[in-house]
Design a protein around this ligand. Structure first.
Ligand SMILES: [Fe+2]
Length: 533
């Protein structure tokens, strides 16, 4: 509640208790609601009332209002202003190989190999922001048609504030954090806790890990002393993530950390879904490396034209594609030489033809990736309508990331471009084990915590890359390797590719894992790998 009072104070308003209570019980983003209320207030308002909250509308934030409003008071610190887009265009995703220990479906006699996992933990309800229905899909959160950002400085400030506010709230269950500005001389030598965004990371001459941590009230230098228990954890910190720290303050602007707390997820209960789901990504249709033969074997299998001793094919109800449906054009230098189809429209036409061979009983969901013909900045909207029109009625198009409920369980689908950054920055992660990178996303409650490296992030009103609530399934692609694990009840899958090793990948000694489709029984959450390569 204090945070809400302070937020309005920063905008130049007082707030009455009824209004405070209304915001306190609001289930969605409080930051977005506050922004919406402030934008719609009459400039003469001194005290925000409950009717101001109601008339601003408790729901998704509206487009900006033309009304004037009082200037916010001067803020003494940088306030999460990371600057404009620092993302860069990259070539194909580097990957490295993993051994496939399962038997193959090659040749037509296909015994899908089970891959058992420990039973899932508790599951939470869906993230209830914007909600639409696309047939049997309930969309929980998606940027498509809701982008508001124009990329002004204030958009970035608001974006980072939203990220901070959401993750700080997650931390508050485990940490009684105080504002950084309250660290005064009288607190010297006392143990305190703070929650902040990592602005800078470095190692001191003595080998200590130094972290500059910022919250909306100020900045503090946190020292993780070499040899301390928190020191090892601090080695895997990345910039722009929001963490909690407990330690001893010097009464000034320095804290000596004794523990580091990530927002992490709670264990989830077993979801009660229904039907079989196939997870795929990175088809790269149009590439001369697209594995047509493997795709044909997959189509024969799902159409019941080959042995299906477990009855899996006939029970498939869903196919979810996590980006890079086509190879696109102009994605990396020299791509033209790798293309069998040099027109992106024709690439989508062929993709539509390929997906039309899948039985109509299967609901197909397509989320875009960095090779698709939509804006590169994340969150990415769904493919454009003229492209959608090429596909059948059983195909639904969502953005990237996409939160939705399908088959009775909650899905979080994200193409996974941030894996490039996380592999580079977090010790112990590799392209060969993408599932471990995805677990780090869940621990940090963010799909792309590092701002300004390879991932371009659009400063939307809300940070849709925050993992608000744990999904039943976290599904990524992008790296062209396969990884499956279970983390605290969340089924984590990176679904590989349908593109064989390109010349570029050969030169870089990159080994993709193509032609394999993970299958999830949504009733038991058991995962199998179906091999068509
Ligand atoms: Fe890809």
């Amino acid at each position: 509640m204090q945070e809400i009072v302070r937020r309005f104070a920063e905008e130049g308003y007082l707030i009455d208790p009824d209004a405070l209570e209304l915001i306190g019980f609001y289930p969605g983003s409080k930051e977005a609601l506050i922004e919406n209320v402030v934008e719609n207030l009459d400039p003469s308002t001194l005290v925000v009332s409950a009717s101001d909250i109601r008339s601003a509308g408790i729901g998704p934030a509206r487009a900006s209002s033309s009304r004037a409003r009082p200037s916010p008071p001067h803020r003494p610190q940088v306030l999460f202003g990371g600057g404009p887009d620092g993302g860069s265009k990259i070539g194909p995703s580097p990957v490295s190989g993993i051994e496939l220990e399962k038997s193959s479906l090659r040749g037509g006699h296909r015994i899908p190999d089970p891959m058992d996992h420990p039973s899932p933990g508790p599951h939470q309800s869906s993230f209830s922001s914007a909600s639409d229905n696309l047939g049997d899909i309930e969309v929980l959160s998606d940027i498509t048609g809701r982008s508001t950002c124009v990329g002004e400085y204030k958009d970035f400030v608001r974006y980072f504030r939203d990220r901070y506010g959401k993750i700080r709230e997650m931390l508050s269950a485990r940490l009684n954090a105080r504002p950084i500005e309250s660290l005064e001389k009288s607190a010297a030598g006392r143990e305190i806790s703070i929650a902040g965004m990592v602005m800078d990371l470095r190692t001191s001459a003595r080998g200590n890990r130094i972290v500059e941590l910022e919250d909306p009230t100020g900045m503090v230098t946190v020292v993780f002393q070499k040899g301390s228990s928190a020191f090892e954890q601090a080695a895997s910190l990345v910039t722009d993530e929001v963490i909690g720290v407990t330690g001893t303050t010097d009464g000034g602007r320095m804290v000596f950390a004794t523990s580091l707390i990530w927002p992490d997820i709670q264990s989830q209960s077993t979801p009660m879904g229904e039907g079989g789901a196939l997870l795929s990504s990175d088809l790269h249709v149009g590439s001369r490396y697209f594995m047509e033969g493997a795709w044909e074997r997959f189509v024969s299998w799902i159409n019941g034209e080959v042995d299906d001793p477990h009855g899996l094919a006939s029970a498939v109800r869903y196919l979810v594609i996590a980006g890079d449906l086509v190879d696109g054009i102009g994605i990396y230098p020299g791509q033209e030489a790798d293309l069998a189809i040099k027109d992106v429209q024709e690439q989508y036409e062929l993709a539509a033809e390929l997906l039309a061979a899948i039985p109509k009983r299967v609901r197909i969901v397509i989320s875009p990736g960095n090779h698709d013909a939509v804006r590169q900045a994340e969150p990415q909207p769904a493919l454009f309508e003229p492209v959608q029109d090429l596909f059948g009625d059983n195909v639904s198009f969502l953005g990237n990331p996409a939160w939705f409920r399908l088959g009775g369980v909650d899905w979080l689908v994200y193409h996974g471009r941030s894996i490039d950054d996380l592999v580079l920055k977090i010790p112990g992660l590799s392209y060969g084990e993408p599932e471990k990178v995805m677990v780090e996303m869940l621990k940090r409650r963010h799909l792309s915590p590092i701002y300004g490296n390879r991932v371009s992030i659009a400063p939307e009103r809300e940070d849709l890359l925050v993992i608000q609530k744990p999904p039943a399934i976290l599904h990524c692609g992008h790296v062209h390797t396969m990884g499956i694990t279970r983390y605290k009840g969340v089924t984590v899958v990176n679904s590989g590719t349908w593109q064989s090793q390109t010349d570029f990948q050969k030169k870089m000694n990159i080994q993709p894992v193509p032609g394999i489709v993970p299958h999830i029984d949504l009733k038991t959450m058991r995962v199998r790998k179906l091999i068509f390569a």
